[in-house]
Ligand binder design. Structure first.
Ligand SMILES: [Zn+2]
Length: 353
């Protein structure tokens, strides 16, 4: 955003290991060298087991609302905004469709020039459990976007816990981070998904909680893909030129495409944070009277990655040994939060009301 002074922060320009492809991660997760073997042998996504498994359109959402019963010594719900309740977002297929829908909304509010560069870019879902999102180019120089199963699990966990804490005054986000993040930095087999038992059983079915969780999920995904889209239309990947788009790489090939060596390009990463935040805010405003996306999504996501970094040794020398790839390769995400907040403040001053 031109009115915001460039901030001397982070970028990761990720170069292929001697290959023609290039991939830019959100510096969320990261993309140090990864092999296709890893991708092809990764566990297939499993339906989450952490909530009542209710397919869309089935009770409890469309049944009688299950308001939580007041419990002795339980915090009482905080007042919530009077917005229509959204259907629960349950399962990988529904989450993937949600990401596609958000991506379309983001593209719709870009400038005509930027729309021409990125419209039709295929979005590939990578079944690996590493928490990451990417903007990249395949071997033919065709742009793509990708999201891993890991990032969907992480954003779902953030959304479920933050919604619960917001409504009921609980500390489930802290409990989730304390339970999961130390494992995540110790083992590349650990998953970011929300374990059973973090959300109190009596609060699980609450429809306001499900609805708020979906709003938060969308907010975080909007920032994530606002950032990744920006890598393409700002020219960081170098392959989004308004050409006819392909159908996107087969997920089984992503491992090879993501075999990259990261280098930092602070200006580019800050530019993608700024442009991605503005894109999410513009798309959020266009959603009125629905829930508007804000800088909350970016702040939540970057806070989550800052916590992972802390769990892995705070970015100090020990983190160089950490199996979580981005801890070896990117600077502290906490320092990116002020970018997002500054951009949002400026945007709000220019878009009152
Ligand atoms: Zn990035």
């Amino acid at each position: 955003m031109s009115s915001v002074a460039p901030l001397p922060l982070f970028v990761r320009l990720l170069r292929a290991c001697g290959a023609a492809s290039i991939v830019l991660g959100l510096s969320l997760g990261a993309s140090a060298c990864r092999t296709s073997t890893q991708a092809s042998t990764a566990p297939q996504p499993q339906p989450p087991q952490y909530y009542p498994q209710q397919p869309y359109g089935q009770p409890p959402y469309y049944g009688q609302p299950q308001q939580p019963q007041p419990q002795p010594n339980q915090p009482q719900p905080q007042p919530v905004a009077q917005r229509p309740l959204l259907p629960p977002l349950v399962g990988v297929a529904a989450q993937q469709q949600e990401v596609r829908s958000i991506l379309a909304e983001l593209i719709n509010v870009l400038s005509p020039q930027n729309q021409a560069l990125v419209r039709g870019i295929p979005l590939t879902f990578d079944p690996t459990i590493e928490v990451n999102a990417f903007a990249g180019c395949d071997e033919q120089g065709t742009p793509f976007l990708a999201a891993t199963t890991g990032i969907l699990e992480a954003v779902d966990a953030i959304a479920q816990t933050k919604a619960t804490d917001e409504l009921f005054g609980t500390q489930t986000y802290e409990a989730y981070c304390n339970a999961v993040l130390p494992q995540l930095v110790r083992s590349d087999k650990a998953r970011a998904a929300l374990p059973a038992g973090i959300i109190p059983a009596n609060l699980g079915p609450d429809l306001r909680r499900w609805s708020r969780a979906r709003e938060i999920f969308d907010d975080v995904i909007a920032f994530t893909f606002g950032h990744e889209l920006a890598h393409h239309y700002l020219g960081h990947t170098g392959c989004a030129k308004g050409q006819a788009m392909g159908s996107g790489p087969d997920p089984a090939r992503l491992g090879r495409l993501l075999s990259v060596v990261p280098i930092f390009n602070q200006a580019g990463e800050a530019a993608s944070d700024s442009a991605g935040c503005v894109n999410a805010l513009d798309a959020g405003r266009a959603r009125r009277p629905q829930y508007e996306w804000s800088d909350t999504g970016g702040v939540l996501l970057l806070d989550y990655f800052a916590r992972i970094e802390r769990a892995g040794g705070g970015g100090g020398p020990l983190s160089l040994l950490n199996p979580v790839q981005f801890l070896r390769s990117h600077p502290n995400p906490l320092a990116r939060i002020p970018i997002v907040q500054t951009v949002a403040r400026t945007w709000r001053s220019q878009h009152p009301g």
